[in-house]
Design a protein around this ligand. Structure first.
Ligand code: PGA
Length: 249
């Protein structure tokens, strides 16, 4: 059990992986684990969302949402559609979307806002490339990613939103940020949010992502300002995902 009273959240980001069989075994594994305090969120690819939300025991999230409302936007998915099929969360601004689909900070902020308008809780990802950290630009970079989101959502939109710090150099590399490195950034972000939205800063869940495994989860999650994790590779195995959820209890 971590010291903080904030909601602990562990979200599995499947990316473009998995199938119905994995979905069924992850949902069954989570049900059997009977988690008490941590909120487990499963974020499979779009085609599996409806099958996932038919199992009411686990919170389900999408991995992305369109930037516009419904209309002539082939391939896009509106926030209201995700809400209608029972999603509770949606990941926005993952570094893979920012890099592979050229999503700007403003686009990410708009997506987060669309999610909120539809009654979804956005999981807003941010994080630096290694070169930015090496150049001593870490905090300037993170600030420029986050300030548009804070401004767009406002205090009301930030209620229930989740911030996910994912240093790009730690994603899928097996090289996680150390608990101290991650804690330092999470504290910085909470303080930054407190400058403009003091009423939400203390309670917002800030989760860490980047090579979280059962072996390092507990130490990461025990840091004061780390309120759970966003899990990629290790969310694709039932035992490891459940073990990581349990580490946040
Ligand atoms: P990883 O991915 O756990 O495989 O490093 C995390 C993420 O990209 O959300």
């Amino acid at each position: 059990m971590t010291a903080s009273k904030r909601q602990q959240i562990v979200a599995g980001n499947w990316k473009q992986n998995g199938n119905l069989a994995l979905l069924n075994s992850v949902l069954a594994g989570l049900e059997a684990a009977a988690l008490q305090t941590v909120k487990a969120v499963v974020c499979p690819p779009f085609p599996y969302l409806l099958a996932a939300t038919n199992n009411p025991g686990v919170a389900i999230g999408a991995q992305d949402v369109g930037v516009r409302d419904q209309g002539a936007h082939t391939g896009d998915v509106a926030a209201a559609m995700l809400a209608e099929v029972g999603c509770r969360y949606v990941i926005v601004g993952h570094s893979e979307r920012r890099q592979q689909h050229a999503e700007s900070d403003q686009t990410v902020a708009l997506k987060a806002s669309n999610a909120v308008q539809a009654g979804l809780l956005p999981i807003v990802c941010f994080g630096e490339p290694e070169a930015v950290r090496d150049a001593g630009q870490l905090y300037t970079y993170l600030r420029s990613q986050l300030e548009p989101v804070f401004a767009q959502l406002g205090s009301q939109g930030l209620q229930g939103a989740v911030l996910a710090y994912e240093p790009i150099w730690a994603i899928g590399t097996g090289k996680n940020a150390s608990p101290a490195q991650a804690q330092q950034v999470h504290k910085y972000v909470r303080d930054l949010l407190a400058e403009t939205h003091p009423e939400v800063a203390a309670n917002i869940s800030i989760i860490y992502g980047g090579s979280v495994k059962p072996a390092n989860a507990r130490e990461l999650f025990s840091q004061d300002d780390i309120d759970g994790g966003l899990i990629g590779g290790a969310s694709l195995q039932v035992e490891s995902f459940v073990a990581i959820c349990q580490a946040a209890e």
